[in-house]
Design a protein around this ligand. Structure first.
Ligand SMILES: [Mg+2]
Length: 245
């Protein structure tokens, strides 16, 4: 089966956005509102189980005070968090993970279609892509974002929508994800999935990724295959991705 499309997750897959971006943005929003919540990198792992920024803020305030916070407070904090995230991204704190740019360029040169499949907000995705992949020919045919779906990952809706728009059999696509929720979303939509484990994805036991075609520690020259076919050529290439289908 020929590989015709790559479906890229954003957070954790293109860059370590959760640990280095979103987490810090939440902390800044809490601090400026004098709310005594600060998530270090280890603590934040627990809060990642709650999908969605507003949902995460609501749960944190509920845990702090023992009462459901007013919706206006949650939405105000969430708006501030989003602003801080955009500012952090624009300040250059995030970089593409090793090997990602090379794969994006190889795939474009080979004529593969590439799309974004995330359930994060379109504004955060836009800020990140503008900073990390500026100028040049657009790499992605389209983005599926949180605003386009009613259910976030691990629900398969985002992948089903992307597959429909690509108008290809799912077996000719490869999803690239970093997390168990992302893998589950792709799998439930019938899209084969490769895992490039991020900081937080790396805290999950390897067995939880058993539905993936392969599990890698990343794409760069130092990347290791943790499960699946060996990649003898060193850095991950398109022919390796092709062989996973
Ligand atoms: Mg992710």
């Amino acid at each position: 089966m020929a590989l015709e499309a790559l479906l890229w997750d954003v957070d954790g897959t293109l860059a370590e956005t959760e640990r280095d971006g979103h987490r810090r943005a939440f902390n800044r929003a809490f601090a400026e509102a004098s709310i005594p919540i600060h998530w270090d990198a280890a603590t934040y792992a627990d809060w990642l189980a709650i999908s969605g920024g507003a949902e995460r803020i609501r749960a944190a305030l509920l845990a702090l005070d023992g009462v459901d916070p007013p919706p206006e407070q949650v939405s105000r904090l969430h708006r501030r968090k989003q602003l801080h995230y955009s500012e952090l991204v624009a300040s250059g704190v995030l970089q593409l993970r090793s090997g990602v740019n090379s794969l994006l360029v190889q795939a474009r040169a080979a004529g593969l279609r590439q799309v974004i499949v995330t359930t994060s907000g379109r504004r955060a995705v836009g800020a990140l892509l503008e900073q990390l992949l500026p100028a040049g020919e657009p790499l992605f045919a389209f983005w599926v974002c949180g605003e386009d779906v009613t259910r976030k990952k691990p629900h398969p809706e985002a992948y089903s929508l992307a597959a429909e728009r690509l108008d290809l059999p799912p077996a000719r696509m490869l999803a690239i994800e970093d997390s168990v929720a992302g893998l589950e979303a792709a799998r439930a939509a019938g899209v084969p999935c490769l895992i490039s484990r991020s900081h937080y994805g790396g805290l999950e036991p390897l067995e939880r990724f058993s539905a993936a075609r392969a599990v890698l520690s990343g794409f760069g020259p130092a990347a290791q295959v943790l499960a699946g076919p060996a990649c003898p050529a060193g850095p991950v290439t398109l022919s390796y991705l092709q062989a996973l289908l």
